[in-house]
Each structure stands twice: as C-alpha cells, then as structure tokens.
Write a protein that binds this ligand. Structure first.
Ligand code: NAD
Length: 278
C-alpha cells in the first residue's frame, strides 16, 4: 500500500496517514508500534508527555526498517518552552527514541499564560538548523498564536496539529494554514470515541454506500480534505482497518453531508481549548 505524501514548507514530505500513540501505556508502546509497522504504517506520532518514546524507539530499532523510510514526530512539553529548555528536551526525546533526528518536532500547546510559546518557536528553529528535526511546527495553535510566531521570526510552521474531526472542524485555523502554507494534522480524528460520530447518519450512510466501516469513512473524509491524520488503536485489526482506506472515494455529496455534522458553535469539541490549557 502506497500512502500519499504531502509536501511541507521545509522541503520534506510527510505520509498523509500515520499512527498516533496518545494514551498508549509505556509498557504497551513497543508492541503497538511494532504491530503498526507490520500493518504498514511508517509515520508515528508521539510526544514527550505521552511517556512512551522509549517504547516507540524500541519498536523502530527492532523493525529493521531503514530510517529514511520512517517519519517520526515528537513534541515539546509545556514546561520546557522557556529559555534554553527546548534544547534539553529534544536531546532527551532523541535519547529515548534512539534516533539522531526526528522528522517533525512540535510545540505541544501555546499555553498563553506562560507566555513562552514564541520563545519555544525560536528554539525549534535552532533545533531544526542544528539538524535535530527535519521539519518543525506547532500544535493547538490558533491564528493569533501563529501570527505572533511569524511576526517574531518570519518563519511559518510547517505543521499545525489541532483537534479536528467532523464535529469540530476549526475552519478559521484551516484558513490560516491554507493562506500561509502550513499543513494541518488532525488529532482526535475519530472524536476520541467521545463524540458519537460513528452513529451519525451522514457517516453511517457514506460507510454503507462504500461497504466500509464508519471509522474508515471518517478517516477518508480527513484524507480527501488534504489533512494529515493518525488514528490511534492498540488493536491490530483496527490498525489494519484504519490503514485500509485507499480503495474507495467519498463523493462530493458525502463529503458535504459529513461537513454538515459540525454544530459550528464549538460544542463538538472533545478536548481542551488552547486558551484554557496552561
Ligand atoms: P482518535 O480520534 O484517534 O481516537 C482513538 C480512539 O478511537 C481509540 O482509543 C479507539 O477506542 C477508537 N478507535 C480507533 N480506531 C477505531 C476503529 N477502527 N473503530 C472503532 N473505534 C476505533 O483519538 P486520539 O488517539 O486522541 O488522536 C490520534 C492521535 O492524535 C493521538 O494518538 C496522538 O498521537 C495525537 N493527539 C495529539 C494531541 C495534541 O494535543 N497534539 C491530543 C490528542 C491526540
């Protein structure tokens, strides 16, 4: 299975479909990532705060897959944004992952009360320039945060990873990205199982029409919108199901119907709002 790649403003490219490991316990991460690599995933999304980078690294090392065939993302946690702490944080993450570089390093949250996210971005630029991350970006940043980064440095994040699924589409953040050449990654792409997406009539109808599962229909919706997506499951059969999304295409009408799920008042959000996370 050949996964489409998306070009980034760094000159590198990212597999559009990957595997996320949020809430995968440290002692299960090696097995989960090993199975994901067996299924065919080559893009893994972890973070320092997930406390499973060692397990991810162990699976990578044992897989024997050439480093250049993998795309590994990790993230800078909020308490390491200030001063020179990001440099310490990336070294720690690389040690745990057993890697010389990551493909993508993200500031995890803007944490506006700390007022350190712009400093963090200046350090990520240094980290990229030192060769420790091929591309750099951010997560959970709103247009006001993104504007502040660009104003301070002139550097546009390659990626903004945000909560995004049919019930919470963050159109203003997508518009900023499209206007500035940032690519968007969806976290919680299936609504984290907290929003009843799979029972929604628009999702169910699209799934039935194509003989696929509701999860596959939702993943396909992300892909056809040009968004990068990495659903999480620790069950190998679901990893395979979530990977098997290239044999059908949603119609424009099906996409429009799924677009209509968003209540547009923000009530479809299942995670924390970026302005409230410090
Ligand atoms: P998700 O939307 O991928 O939901 C995961 C849950 O969906 C699983 O626990 C499982 O119960 C269910 N599921 C998965 N596949 C299924 C299937 N085929 N059928 C039925 N149910 C299925 O949520 P997520 O894990 O939070 O998001 C994906 C990734 O995004 C994470 O693993 C992590 O890498 C990243 N993430 C980033 C942030 C951030 O702040 N940057 C926050 C949360 C998650």
């Amino acid at each position: 299975m050949s996964i489409p790649k998306i070009s980034l403003n760094s000159g590198h490219s990212i597999p559009q479909l990957g595997f996320g490991v949020f809430l995968v316990p440290a002692d299960e991460a090696e097995k989960a990532v090993t199975e994901a690599l067996e299924v065919g995933y080559r893009h893994i999304d972890t973070a320092a705060i997930y406390q499973n980078e060692e397990g991810v690294g162990a699976a990578i090392a044992k897989s024997g897959i050439p480093r250049e065939e993998l795309f590994i993302t990790t993230k800078l946690w909020n308490d390491h944004q200030a001063e020179e702490l990001p440099h310490e944080a990336i070294r720690t993450s690389l040690d745990k992952l057993g890697l010389e570089y990551v493909d993508l390093y993200l500031t995890h949250w803007p944490t506006p009360e700390r007022q350190t996210f712009v400093n963090a971005w200046t350090k990520l630029i240094e980290i990229r320039d030192a060769g420790l991350s091929r591309s750099i970006g951010v997560s959970n940043h709103l247009p006001e945060h993104l504007d502040a980064l660009v104003a301070a440095t002139g550097e546009v994040p390659a990626i903004n990873q945000i909560e995004l699924h049919p019930a919470y589409q963050q159109r203003n953040v997508l518009e900023w990205a499209a206007a500035n050449g940032t690519r968007v990654e969806s976290w919680g792409p299936l609504g984290q199982g907290k929003y009843p997406l799979f029972e929604n009539p628009a999702v169910a109808a699209a799934a039935e029409a194509h003989g696929v599962t509701p999860a596959q229909a939702v993943i396909r919706w992300h892909l056809q919108k040009g968004i990068i997506v990495f659903p999480k499951s620790t069950r190998k059969e679901r990893m395979a199901e979530n990977f098997d999304v290239f044999g059908f295409t949603l119609t424009d009408a099906e996409i429009a119907a799924i677009d209509g799920i968003d209540p547009l008042d923000g009530s479809g959000r299942v995670g924390t709002h970026p302005l409230e996370f410090n």
